[in-house]
Design a protein around this ligand. Sequence first.
Ligand SMILES: [Fe+2]
Length: 216
Amino acid sequence: MKIKSFIGGFDKNISYLIWCESTRRAGIIDAAVDISEILEFIESKNLILEKLFITHSHFDHIKYIEDLKDQFPQLQLCGYYLQEEDFGVNHRGLTHHEIIPIGTEILTVLHTPGHYPDSICLWNKKDNCVFTGDTMFVGRTGRTIGAKSNISHLYNSIYETLLILPPQTIVYSGHHYGFKKSISLRENVRLSTFFQCTSEEEFMKVMEHFEKNRRI
Ligand SMILES: [Fe+2]
C-alpha cells in the first residue's frame, strides 16, 4: 500500500492518502487538511478516490468533508457505525474487525474508543502499518478531558487492541505532535511512559500527570 501524508488543518493535523498501486484505487484518512494539494496529487498519479475514512468525528478531522464531497459526490464516508455525527446517505458504518478493501489492499477496522466513542484505527497487516487518529500519537495518547472521553476505554484500546499488533507496526497518527511523523509500536513503547503501564490504575496516573502538567 502506498501512503502520502499531508499536514495542516487545525493543529498540525495529518490527512493520509493511501492507494493500491496496481488498481490506482485510493482512500483518504481524515478530511483534516485543505484538499487542494491532495487533489493535485490524486490527479498527478491518476488515482481513483473511492473512500474517505473518518478516524473519529471531532471537528478538526472532518473539517474538509464538504469540499471532498463537492469534488467526489460518490465518495463513500467510512466511519464507525455508531458515529457521533450524521454523515448522510454515503455513510458506510464500520464495525470492529471489519475488512475494507482499497483495490487489492486491505484495511482492518479496529474500534478504539477512549479519546472519543467513535474512534477507529485502520490496520494494514501486509505492510505493517496502522492509522491511529487521536488514539495514539508519537510519544503519547490523545487527550481524555472531553465530555465523551473515557480513560478506562482508552486503556483497553491502547493495551488490548493496538499494543497487541506486531511491534514493527508503524503508527501513522492524526496529528504531528511528536519528534517525528511516524514511529513503530516498539519504539513508541520504549520511549513513552504512556505505553509502559502494567495496570489501568498506572495508566490513569500517567494521564492525570500529563493533563496537570500541560502548558495549555
Ligand atoms: Fe480528536
